[in-house]
Write a protein that binds this ligand. Structure first.
Ligand code: ZN
Length: 470
């Protein structure tokens, strides 16, 4: 293929290549790297594919780290050579006080930079302008490493997460659980509900996406609420002694749009170890983000009264559905005590569930009252009758099925498992409530698709702190 005349002219003109320095540095680094790899060809036993790949992973930062370093130095050339700068506070011109060395580590490898330092005596602040421009943090490991380790640490202990990042990237990353604890506190401190839960605009987009599966009517938006227990402990005292552990309830809400074949579109999950009033306040905030005119809201829960008080207060127009399986479990328990014949028992349970599905609650209650001839059963019977009366109107499963409304709260129970249990119930783990809640917020962010935004807020806060502290 011939080149156009214009391109030819450009190539022949003696223009300075802005990449020239980087290109030169990269070529040098490439040569160094190839030298590092050369023993592969002289080994007595020829290395396997995996061995070659591992060696490349372990050594490639010679090239990538070198390229990163030279790109940085080119981009920030003016800051590396400047002799004066303005005080960020009083704007006075300051003379360079000294040059400080900084070693840093990124996912591409390590680098080293000599950058000017300024000090304003009037304002009492000292600063490196380059750090601000590059967003170079105080620690050796920079933000790209921190982000990857943190993301993994939502699945496993922090130290293990650092080891894994190191293993995969070939970059030595040594971060302790202690460092992880501090980072987790910092990040979860800014991971508030307003950032962990998607924005109104994002929620509308997800509803729009679900609409194509509902050609004739508005999509169903399910709000499911449930509690699950998790191990907690008080903070260690000054002598490092830990008090006795205690199981506390993690309250979790999940909002989602069922689409087809058991698939759903996630709107938001929010799980916290907190009391019912705090949970109510949080769900009210989430409810404000929902365009109720664009969806049919269905409320799903088990029999707990706080669940229903919360759901109906936050979504007064929602269609209330008592979890089918919880309901059946209660019915089953009573039938088992009453019938000796298992076939008759099953028949009665099926018939009771069928009547409930048609919302014929009174017919089931009348049947139960006839069981009362046996006084031993009356306690459990009374409980079931109260349960059915309390949840009257939350049973019409037949209509729900016709209208595409789910009748089982499996989606919130599985959310409890994958958001809370998997991380919080690792063997031997007892969580201080604040830390457990921090971890829960990060895990919710991961599942809500908002983790990057959370990290971005953390990054901004960290950079701002650096600026003010100098
Ligand atoms: Zn100043």
């Amino acid at each position: 293929m011939g080149r156009s005349r214009k391109e030819n002219r450009e190539c022949s003109s003696p223009k300075i290549d802005p990449m020239a320095n980087i290109r030169k540095a990269a070529h040098e680094k490439l040569d160094c790297w190839i030298d590092e790899l050369s023993p592969l060809l002289t080994e007595e036993k020829p290395p396997t594919l995996m061995e070659v790949s591992t060696r490349i992973t372990e050594t490639r930062s010679t090239l990538t780290g070198g390229v990163l370093d030279s790109i940085n130095k080119e981009i920030h050339k003016h800051l590396l050579t400047q002799k004066q700068s303005h005080c960020p506070k009083c704007k006075k011109i300051l003379m360079r006080k000294r040059v400080d060395n900084k070693n840093y580590n990124t996912l591409q490898g390590s680098g080293s930079i000599e950058r000017p330092y300024y000090h304003c005596r009037d304002c009492g602040i000292g600063f490196h302008p380059l750090d601000e421009a590059m967003e170079l943090t105080r620690s050796v490991h920079q933000l790209d490493i921190e982000e990857k380790v943190l993301k993994l640490a939502t699945e496993m202990p922090y130290k293990r997460a650092a080891e894994l990042v190191s293993d995969i990237s070939g970059i030595p990353v040594s971060l302790s659980n202690h460092h992880g604890h501090d980072t987790l506190c910092d990040v979860s401190g800014i991971a508030d509900l307003d950032i962990v839960v998607p924005s109104q605009e994002e929620i509308e987009q997800r509803i729009e996406e679900a609409s194509q599966y509902y050609p004739k009517e508005k999509p169903v938006l399910v709000v499911a609420l449930d509690g699950a227990y998790t191990p907690t402990r008080p903070r260690s005292n000054r002598k490092g002694k830990r008090g006795a552990g205690e199981w506390k309830e993690v309250k979790g809400v999940r909002l989602y749009l069922p689409i087809e074949k058991g698939r759903i579109i996630q709107i938001a999950s929010w799980h916290q170890i907190q009391n019912k009033d705090q949970m109510l306040a949080d769900i009210k905030e989430i409810a404000k983000l929902i365009p109720t005119e664009k969806v049919r809201i269905a409320l799903l829960g088990d029999g707990a009264s706080w669940v229903w008080n919360t759901l109906t207060e936050c979504f007064p127009d929602g269609k209330e559905v008592l979890d089918y399986f919880h309901c059946k479990e209660h019915i089953h328990k009573v039938a088992e005590a009453h019938y000796d014949d298992p076939v008759k028992m099953e028949q009665w349970v099926e018939s009771a569930m069928a009547r409930l599905s048609l919302n014929e609650v009174d017919s089931v209650i009348r049947g139960l009252q006839r069981f009362k001839s046996n006084p031993l059963e009356s306690d459990e019977l009374d409980k079931l009758i109260t349960y059915l009366s309390n949840h009257r109107g939350r049973f019409d499963y037949d209509r729900c099925k016709r209208e595409g409304i789910p009748i089982g709260s499996g989606a919130i129970e599985s959310a409890n498992k994958f958001i809370s249990h998997i991380r919080l119930k690792r063997s031997g783990a007892w969580w201080v409530v604040e830390n457990g809640n921090g971890m829960l917020r990060l895990r919710c962010a991961l599942y809500n698709g908002t983790f990057d935004r959370v990290f971005d807020r953390y990054r901004t806060k960290k950079i701002r702190q650096m600026e003010t502290n100098g």
